[in-house]
Ligand binder design. Structure first.
Ligand code: NDP
Ligand code: CA
Length: 309
């Protein structure tokens, strides 16, 4: 059921995929914090047993490893040690940075704070450096974070800067302003630490393409949005994004919109393929999470080819 939307050149089937020295396959996913998913989200149509950690954790791992990503960027990670252990057996090394005052802390039986994580394939990359950041709004620390990994492709020596974040949630004019401020601080952090390396910036931005932070990022450096790049070219980027990256039913109603992105340096790389999301029919009327889909967000997967190398 998983399909790669193939562009220019055609990448190998995902099941036996081994990326070349000039390629990077990245997976971006808000995996849904275990504590928040069970106690906070109030998913109206998701059976409790589908959220049981002893079941759900293997669905999360399956979802990740089936695509053989070179780099994995995750948000709402509140079981980093489990992922580190299991993904470690699959050849990945990882890093994690928690939110300073994670809402998980306020949940009974929590497993510690949630935060952002990056994993990379050990036989493909060396870690050059890891930087973490508490994002600031008007010079004051917020409760949102970013994680950066500068990775060197062993075969070519080429370095890539991977950054992931999870911006402030919820709707409203003030909140969209706060997200935009977090976006600006994130760009400054990237400017300080990435140098002139190609950049992949992905995450749960909690912002639809119409929000200021989306433009702020696209107007900065030479960023393009990977999924938008794969759509008809004669529309502006915001109109080329997919119709949804999350689709859930809470007590308050159904939510289906696009808030997760993979941005990349268009001067340094090209998008070869992106993974299509499951259709409404695929996921069913109760939407996600479900037994089949362990998070309320879908995983974004993108194949990049490094150019100018
Ligand atoms: P955010 O606004 O960033 O949201 C935190 C989480 O809530 C996100 O993971 C988000 O998921 C999820 N979320 C978004 N919308 C909903 C919804 N409608 N229902 C349930 N969950 C939702 O919050 P902050 O991290 O900035 O935390 C705010 C502050 O609240 C913290 O500093 C903490 O001190 C405080 N807090 C206090 C609690 C208490 O009991 N005293 C409880 C919880 C928080 P997604 O990104 O996928 O939308
Ligand atoms: Ca969430």
């Amino acid at each position: 059921s998983a399909n790669f939307h193939k562009l220019n050149s055609v990448s190998k089937a995902y099941s036996d995929y081994v990326s070349g020295a000039y390629n990077v396959r990245i997976l971006q996913w808000n995996i849904l914090s275990q504590a928040l998913g069970v106690m906070n989200d109030n998913f109206a149509r998701c059976p409790d047993s589908a959220l049981d950690w002893n079941f759900r954790r293997y669905r999360i791992v399956e979802e990740i490893v089936q695509y053989c990503p070179d780099v994995i960027c995750l948000q709402e990670v509140d079981h980093f040690n489990f992922l580190k252990h299991v993904l470690g057996t699959q050849g990945y090394e990882g890093m994690f940075f928690p939110k300073p005052d994670s809402p998980c802390f306020y949940i009974e039986g929590n497993n510690g704070p949630d935060g952002c994580a990056i994993f990379y394939r050990k036989n493909k990359f060396d870690l050059v450096k890891n930087e973490n950041k508490v994002l600031e709004i008007w010079r004051i620390q917020s409760n949102q974070v970013a994680v950066m990994a500068v990775l060197r492709i062993r075969e070519t020596g080429q370095e890539v800067c991977v950054v992931t974040t999870h911006l402030k949630a919820r709707e409203g004019a003030l909140l969209s302003t706060l997200r935009n401020e977090q976006g600006k601080d994130l760009l400054q952090f990237i400017g300080y630490n990435c140098g002139n390396r190609p950049i992949i910036l992905c995450g749960d931005f909690n912002a639809e393409p119409t929000e200021p932070v989306y433009e702020t990022i696209l107007n900065s450096m030479d960023f393009s949005s990977a999924y938008a790049s794969c759509n008809v070219a004669d529309l502006r980027s915001a109109d080329r994004e997919p119709p949804y990256t999350t689709w859930k039913i809470r007590e308050e109603g159904e939510v289906c919109h696009t808030i997760d992105y993979i941005f990349y340096s268009r001067d340094a790389m090209e998008v070869e393929a992106v993974l299509d999301f499951p259709s409404g029919e695929d996921i069913g009327q109760d939407r996600v999470p479900s037994y089949l889909y362990p998070s309320d967000h879908f995983s974004l997967v993108c194949d990049f080819r490094l150019t100018n190398t």
